[in-house]
Ligand binder design. Structure first.
Ligand SMILES: [Zn+2]
Ligand SMILES: [Zn+2]
Length: 548
């Protein structure tokens, strides 16, 4: 959609004219600077094909040097007073059901994959003006009573939880990870596992107190994300529109279930270690990253999606190995993954032989009905001989090549799906680091497990509307699919997901809500990591049990 800056200004003038028309008309240096900044933002947006605004709220320390007085903290704290309304805390949900300040995923889900530039505005939302305002007499007595009651250890335990939580927070901040209230709760609950303070729930009230005392503030971050116009050439744009128009009658003929798109996307090492490091502790983090890099692999995935919003249960994964193949020992140690076909190559990308395997073992397996296949113009796809060699003899197959330069607009995987996949994996990746889960996510076997379990979640019938959406957005479907949650929204942020909730199978904090059965699981019980309390190896949660 075209933007006319004059319309924007007219609207802005209406916003401000009443309040400021009496003030000085002389422009000062600051105003000049602001105007220049806004002008360059608008210039940039005018040059772009897409613009979106993202808002996120995350936590940050206002003053690193703040001194903490532990005595005051314990006087102030009382575990059971969530419904106590005698302060001015801005608690969004006092019932504790949802932690406040969760970022809206609405926007980040639609982030263009290659933002040309992001303008970022940061403001301190609920800047804390005063620290401990009061310590009421009543609270003091409560706390004193409680201490005598359990031999004075309560304060020590609280201090331990407090210090641990703060350490975890600082660790995560140093790695530039986005931290929210829910993360603080999890840090505190985890800390209490070793402190063992009975009845400690890391209530929202506790989190608010913790934030105040440590000068942790919510930063509202507004980003203008733009994508450079790649479709400037009107001819190319027209080619995309024509392609969709040509394909639509064919789609009707074979039926939505038999219209398929398949495409590759790569995952690089850089994607996972690309964090900016803070000044403090740089050495330690750098060395950690380097050793991680040496053991990680670039890799490519190739899934298949139908216009009915159904993902093919099997997906191809190609892993980069220096020799171009898995050695015998590696081969033996690969995890069992029912939904992946795994290959190795020197580049971590597909070559002709692998593509052949893909068509034979993945794409055409079980396909009998007339099929319409949409693929982009990547060299090997165009090799009709290759596809022909692989397809079942009497299968009626129609292959349509998506015109070069239009995939961002008309290839369903590029329009929506791959961004969701990367968002989900980034979420898992961040949580592994935030929670200090002791293994490297991008070692060969971990990334295979990650792709297998993520693909399993994405295959849930719950996400059919989400996977139909790119077909609608690209113009192949006229009817908009019903409202949907993306997997990140449903599994990590949706209703019923609370950082304080426990795993259904153990006492650890939940990590995700299963897209199939809706069970809440900790990381270990999703991933299959370590041993349970009976000393049994924990199995991964590979789910096919759908509960609506
Ligand atoms: Zn568990
Ligand atoms: Zn499940």
């Amino acid at each position: 959609m075209k933007i006319n800056p004059l319309n924007v200004f007219r609207r802005l003038v209406r916003f401000y004219e009443n309040e400021f028309k009496e003030s000085s008309a002389e422009i000062n240096g600051k105003e000049l600077k602001l105007a220049d900044e806004i002008a360059s933002l608008i210039d940039h947006i005018l040059d772009s094909s897409e613009m979106s605004v993202e808002n996120e709220t995350e936590l940050d320390i206002e003053d690193e040097m703040a001194e903490i007085d532990f005595n005051k903290i314990h006087d102030y704290w009382n575990d059971d007073d969530d419904d106590d309304n005698d302060d001015d805390d801005d608690i969004n949900s006092a019932d504790g059901s949802t932690p406040p300040s969760q970022p809206s995923l609405q926007h980040s889900s639609y982030r263009p994959s290659h933002p040309e530039k992001a303008y970022t505005f940061v403001s301190l939302e609920d800047k804390i003006k005063h620290r401990f305002k009061f310590i009421s007499h009543r609270r003091y007595l409560y706390s004193w009573e409680a201490q005598i009651g359990d031999g004075g250890s309560r304060n020590n335990k609280l201090t331990e939880i407090w210090k641990e939580t703060l350490a975890a927070f600082r660790r995560a901040k140093r790695q530039r990870l986005p931290i929210h209230d829910g993360d603080l709760r999890r840090f505190a609950l985890t800390a209490n596992k070793s402190a063992g303070l009975l009845g400690f729930k890391a209530t929202l009230r506790w989190v608010q107190t913790f934030k105040k005392a440590n000068r942790i503030v919510s930063r509202k971050i507004t980003k203008f994300v733009t994508e450079k116009s790649v479709l400037q050439d009107a001819d190319i744009q027209q080619a995309g529109v024509d392609f969709v128009k040509d394909v639509k009658p064919l789609m009707e003929y074979v039926g939505l279930d038999n219209v398929k798109n398949t495409d590759q996307t790569g995952f690089n090492r850089e994607m996972h270690s690309g964090r900016t490091l803070a000044d403090k502790g740089v050495k330690q983090i750098e060395s950690k990253m380097q050793s991680a890099n040496a053991m990680t692999h670039s890799y490519t995935i190739q899934p298949i999606l139908s216009a009915a919003g159904v993902l093919a249960p099997k997906m191809l994964v190609v892993i980069q190995e220096n020799s171009g193949k898995f050695g015998p020992i590696v081969k033996k140690s690969l995890p069992t993954t029912p939904n992946l076909v795994i290959r190795a190559s020197k580049s971590g990308k597909l070559d002709k032989a692998i593509l052949k395997d893909f068509y034979k073992e993945v794409f055409f397996t079980g396909v009998t009905e007339p099929t319409l296949l949409l693929v982009d113009s990547w060299g090997a796809h165009m090799d009709e001989v290759l596809v022909d060699e692989c397809k079942p003899k009497d299968l009626n197959l129609n292959v349509r090549i998506i015109p070069p330069g239009t995939t961002g607009k008309v290839q369903p995987f590029d329009v929506f799906y791959f961004r969701q996949k990367k968002a989900f994996i980034k979420f898992v990746d961040d949580r592994v680091i935030i929670d200090d889960i002791p293994f490297i996510l991008h070692q060969r076997n971990s990334l295979i497990q990650l792709q297998s379990l993520t693909h399993n979640q994405f295959c849930s019938p719950r996400f059919r509307a989400a996977w139909q959406y790119p077909w609608y957005k690209a113009g192949y479907l006229d009817e908009r699919p019903p409202q949907f949650d993306t997997p990140v929204e449903f599994c990590f942020k949706g209703p019923g997901v609370d950082a304080g909730d426990s795993c259904r199978k153990c006492t650890d904090s939940m990590f995700l809500k299963c897209g199939w059965c809706q069970e809440k699981l900790c990381f270990a019980h999703w991933w299959g990591l370590g041993y349970d309390s009976n000393g049994e190896l924990i199995k991964c949660h590979y789910c096919t049990h759908y509960i609506d």
